[in-house]
Write a protein that binds this ligand. Sequence first.
Ligand code: ASP
Length: 311
Amino acid sequence: MPTDPVLVVHGGAWAIPDDMVEAHLRGVANARAAGWRVLERGGTALDAVEEAVVVMEDDETFDAGRGSFLNRDGKVQLDALIMDGATLRAGGVGCVEHLRNPVRAARKILSESPHVYFVAEGAEKFAAQHGIPLCKNEDLIIAREVERLREYQAEANSHGNELFAPAFDDPTTSVDTVGSVALDHNGNLAAATSTGGTLNKAPGRLGDSSLIGCGCYADNLSAAASTTGWGEPIMKLVLAKWTVDRVAAGNLPEWSALEAMNHLKQRVNGHGGIILLNPEGHIGIAHNTPRMAWAYKTVKRQEAGVIRGDT
Ligand code: ASP
């Protein structure tokens, strides 16, 4: 019996301002449409999450691909992970500076490398050798982000660098990572997450998003998850794996996603959001930030929003 497919996407968890809500909703809806096109013609969950994430990497609304936050040196540095719940194969890239769609490179690693994770020039070399064109770092930078970094650094200087801690412990701070989880006709799960990381990050800093079990995880025996939010606390809890283990223990995704957000807050004072999907097609969407852009589609219904009512 073929399984009914399901697709869920997110586009970051923070206090998305009113005047940016429409762009976020449009972005996650476009991503959902791209992923769903794959699933409805019988394609794999892996292809669906890749296509959904590519759409959001290409959308400057989000902190992924072009338009991402700049690091301390004024460069875009990107991380991405994709994981196959059927085989547990995964592909990740970290600190890449010359790829428009890091999730495409991650997918090549999953499919064509015995390794799981490549960083920096090695990742870019692997991508180029596998037919993915490299771009200039400037091609990923937009004026909005140059200005945002300038303002941030001016503020930091006025406080004295040592004293001015980044405001990532503030749940309203902008973090716009993207991710997707999917279930296909064959009952297989997949997950993908892609990010530009955090504003003014130190060059070489890697967050949770592209680390297996932190920002992303998929296992047909439990669930698929993609997280977003302040990366350092999420990493400490290995939050995506923590949450899918809750599902494996018999809890519904809806409940497990909420539990994950409580755990994040209570244990390490973290904030963010999560999307979760089990092999039966049950969905969990939760955030402990004021808003998170999300969208999902099943055979029977589709919804999108920036606040998940059951949080
Ligand atoms: N988790 C990402 C990071 O810390 C940021 C985000 O989710 O937007 O790199």
